[in-house]
Ligand binder design. Sequence first.
Ligand SMILES: [Zn+2]
Length: 244
Amino acid sequence: MKKVAMIFLCLLILILPSQVFAQRKVPILIYHSIDEFKGHGSKDLYVAPKNFEKQMIYLRDHGYTLLTFDRWQDIDKVNKPIFITFDDGWKNNLNAFDIFQKLKNERFQPTGTIFVISDFIGRSNRLSESDLKMMADSGIISIQSHTVTHPNLTKIKNYEYELKESKDKIQKVTGKPVIALAYPYGSFNNKVVAETKKYYSFGLTTIPELFSEKGIKDELYLLPRIYIKYSTTLDELAKIVEGD
Ligand SMILES: [Zn+2]
């Protein structure tokens, strides 16, 4: 009997790592402008609305569940979790909102997160307070923080201002909790993470990989994100989200 138990235990140990501990890999995509590129700024910080729509249709047709950070705990509950994020709060993100609304049906409930620079709210080309409130109220878009002035956080001292003020202002505009911070330029260090932890539950980097839970310290403040560029094809997107 002991022998049988030993064999069973050995088999279990052999099987366990691949089965039970199979790592779920979660893509967190980063976009900036959802618009035609008209020759201003960096082309790779744009994705044409038509391409964005095709990408979202791909995700819909392949069974992805689009989540926001307030549903983080659902990554273990839903089919193929993925996060769609937009940095800098461009006015043209309304194009993404329209596409989400258009594709929304009973089975597919697209959602995304816009990281806004709180001092830039209402500038020309940027989302206004009423845009943010309207999108947050829709339940389709979560509005989160990208600091007050978009500094390189590894080079500043006024953390309370950049981190807390932006959180407070955005919460006041949307009436919804701000729990995630996208580090401007993806720049962070130990100090930045320690300061972020005072006010936020999540910190977003631009480390280009899929998220998988490793149990390392502060991993929710080191969330990786993969850029989707103007030139990213549907085949490339498919490979990115499948983790190939
Ligand atoms: Zn930015």
